[in-house]
Design a protein around this ligand. Structure first.
Ligand code: SF4
Length: 350
């Protein structure tokens, strides 16, 4: 039996393993590998080794708190909070007491960050107030996950206590959502300009997305120096208009997590995947998102009672895969990339 891997793939993996990043054509070759090919396992082994070395065996848990439920008029096709999905008919904000209680539990369970998520139509003033509330109550770093913002609003987020912002150009942006790709990228530039760390995930991946559009978002993350940028698959909530496409499996996601790990090179402080699962912990991922409150993947208003996984579950999974969630985070030690973004040619290509 021939145990060698194809020389052209071997060359790409060696380049990736040197933390230099790989280019678009190389990433596309890796994306095209058969899921059960020897080369695919060599790819995942390479990504696994890179992350265990670069992140020193540290696993991260960034605790998602969805602070409000609303029938969101922006109607992204993949989101259970969309008005058109018909699941949530009233605007409800979780109380400050509830948000504080979640934050304190997360802090006591050694969460590495709190991701404060809102729907697209939520009050920006409330995002600031919640930031100030949490900043005075817990020491866990705060990350905002809200709408597109201006420079002035970026400075206000910093003043309110946020150190970073989760923001992605979603797959199908402008097609499955009403939002504009250029505006999304402008917000990412705003984060860099004002000194907020940019957190990203290539999401929400479904079987209908081309390798090209997936890889282009991986390259965008490296170009703009994301603090982390792994892969999240789309979860089809009951009745989702995306059900006709199906969903990718966790193993397919793990392979993409590995490709994005090689693309990111020495840029990130961690490498994420969602929802929490074991396979990607062998393919370069070390960051999970435990979840409470609202979630665009859930039909329940509090995902803690639904799909959401808690911190203890995530920590156990990480330890079982020989990752250690106890040391301090690698994500909040300064800017991840000094190189200025050079436009977004990967989108002009399509
Ligand atoms: S993804 Fe965000 S902006 Fe889009 S419908 Fe859901 S809550 Fe609204």
């Amino acid at each position: 039996m021939n145990l060698d891997i194809a020389p052209n793939i071997d060359d790409i993996l060696k380049k990736g393993a040197d933390f230099k990043g790989i280019d678009r054509d190389e990433a596309l070759l890796l994306m095209g590998l058969d899921l059960h090919a020897r080369e695919t396992y060599a790819l995942m082994q390479t990504a696994n080794r890179m992350s265990r070395d670069q992140f020193k065996g540290k696993a991260e848990n960034h605790f998602h708190i969805g602070v409000n439920v609303a029938p969101c008029p922006l109607n992204c096709e993949f989101c259970s909070l969309a008005e058109r999905a018909g699941i949530f008919t009233e605007c409800v904000e979780f109380s400050e007491e509830k948000i504080l209680a979640w934050a304190r539990v997360a802090e006591s369970q050694q969460a590495d960050a709190l991701n404060i998520m809102t729907t697209g139509n939520f009050s920006f003033q409330r995002v600031l107030e919640i930031g100030r509330l949490l900043k005075n109550a817990v020491s866990t770093p705060l990350v905002a996950n809200t709408r597109d913002i201006t420079h002035k609003e970026g400075e206000l987020l910093l003043d309110a206590g946020y150190v970073g912002a989760y923001h992605s150009v979603r797959l199908g942006e402008g097609r499955d959502t009403p939002l504009n790709v250029d505006k999304r990228i402008h917000s990412i530039q705003v984060f860099r300009d004002v000194g907020l760390q940019w957190m990203n995930c290539v999401e929400p991946v479904g079987p209908e997305h081309s390798h090209e559009e997936i890889v282009d978002l991986m390259l965008l993350a490296r170009r703009y120096g994301a603090t982390y940028s792994g892969v999240m698959r789309r979860i089809n909530f009951p009745g989702s208009p995306m059900e006709k496409h199906g969903m990718i499996t966790e193993l397919e996601m793990a392979k993409m997590v590995a490709v994005s790990r090689l693309v990111m090179g020495d840029v990130p402080g961690a490498h994420c995947t969602h929802e929490p699962h074991a396979a990607s912990l062998l393919a370069g991922a070390n960051l999970f998102f435990p979840e409470v409150g609202s979630s665009p993947r859930d039909g329940l208003s509090d995902t803690e009672k639904g799909r959401g996984k808690g911190i203890e579950y995530c920590r156990t999974l990480q330890k079982e895969m020989n990752w250690n969630p106890d040391p301090p985070s690698n994500c909040f030690t300064g800017p991840r990339s000094d190189s200025p973004p050079a436009g977004h040619a990967e989108f002009e290509r399509n």
